[in-house]
Design a protein. Structure first.
Lengths: 212, 152
């Protein structure tokens, strides 16, 4: 079986649920346009219907057909995206990550300050930050139970757009042009692409490259 | 009724005879009285052997003041910070907090905040009549790190 790149997106239940789902779905869709095989799915494990609870969304990307279908968690994520930065204080987000993984945080704080809260950060290959709240600042807060599923804004309207742009740049797994076809807020995605900060520590793993 | 019980006991006797003939009679259980603690373990009314593995959170030790296994402080984005000079000790935060995170420290005569279970719902901040509470982003503080392996 070919190598499957696993991406885990951490977010908070209900209040930022839609953003993370957009990140997962749009990234997978853009990778699919490039002829890759993808899976993108929501969390079943963490009871995501509670306000503010930490939940996950998952993406799997591979060059060949993905055979792992019945496992609903990414146990060894190569890329971890954190949509709400406070999560690094409460959860061991690097659990299961192989050496040389990538961490992308949506924050305007410096990278050194964020790494203070991650004692096992020595396994990281690179860390990136993007100020999604500063660029877009729109969050879908919806208590109707639909979790942003019925709004008319479309995929990637809020803070998901700059995060997607930053992901495209730091992972190099999808092209910006393909992402622009999926995301509705293309200007915010473009700014996220350009304003992402990246710090490299090791040689990149073979499945993706950092910075284009 | 009497006839019925009689017939039942008769049946039982017959059954025992048959079993004796087959050599299947079991010994009666020793009638040792167990204390409720020994019988049920320390988990209240749920009888679970102590060596059995159960999922996380299926059983918790019976009433304690703080359940450390259910720390929910990683739900918090902002944290209420109290200004003790503005505080009038009206106990509105104590009454309004859904998780009982505010208590009164009688020695210091101050309101105490429990960082372990505060979920950052900001109800106390909205309810405070003296404006003594302020919402501060959790990342401004370096304490209050929980680092659970998994969410629950």
């Amino acid at each position: 079986m070919a190598k499957v790149t696993e991406i885990t997106v951490w977010t908070r239940g209900v209040v930022m649920d839609k953003e993370a789902r957009d990140v997962a779905n749009a990234f997978a869709q853009a990778a699919k346009m490039e002829g890759k095989f993808v899976q993108a799915f929501d969390n079943y494990e963490d009871l995501p219907d509670r306000v503010l609870v930490t939940t996950r969304k998952y993406v799997r990307i591979s060059d060949r057909e993905i055979e792992m279908k019945y496992l609903y968690v990414n146990e060894h994520p190569d890329v971890v995206v954190i949509v709400e930065p406070t999560i690094i204080k409460g959860i061991n987000v690097l659990r299961g990550m192989p050496e040389g993984g990538l961490l992308l945080i949506n924050t305007n704080r410096p990278i050194e300050y964020m790494l203070k809260f991650i004692p096992n950060s020595d396994i990281l290959g690179a860390v990136a930050t993007v100020d999604g709240d500063g660029i877009s600042g729109i969050r879908t807060v919806d208590f109707s139970g639909s979790e942003g599923g019925v709004d008319t804004a479309g995929i990637g309207a809020g803070i998901a757009a700059p995060i997607l742009g930053a992901m495209a740049r730091v992972t190099g797994m999808v092209k910006k042009e393909n992402l622009a076809k999926v995301v509705s807020d293309v200007a915010a995605m473009e700014r996220g692409y350009q304003q992402a900060h990246l710090e490299r520590y090791r040689k990149p793993r073979t499945v993706y490259f950092w910075g284009s | 009724m009497k006839a019925k019980t009689k017939s039942r006991s008769k049946n039982q006797k017959v059954r025992v005879k048959i079993q004796k003939a087959k050599g299947k009679v079991q010994k009666a259980r020793p009638s040792v009285k167990l204390s409720s603690q020994e019988k049920w373990g320390r988990f209240g009314s749920i009888n679970v052997p102590k060596d059995r593995e159960v999922p996380f959170g299926a059983i918790t030790p019976a009433p304690v003041k703080q359940q450390e296994l259910f720390m929910t402080s990683n739900w918090r984005i902002v944290r209420p910070v109290i200004d003790h000079e503005k505080c009038t000790r009206c106990f509105t935060c104590y009454i309004s907090c859904p998780d009982s995170c505010w208590s009164f420290d009688e020695k210091a005569e101050k309101m105490e905040w429990n960082w372990k279970f505060c979920k950052g719902c900001q109800i106390c901040i909205n309810e405070c009549p003296a404006d003594a509470l302020k919402a501060v982003p959790e990342l401004d503080f370096e304490d209050g790190v929980v680092r659970l392996e998994k969410p629950f």
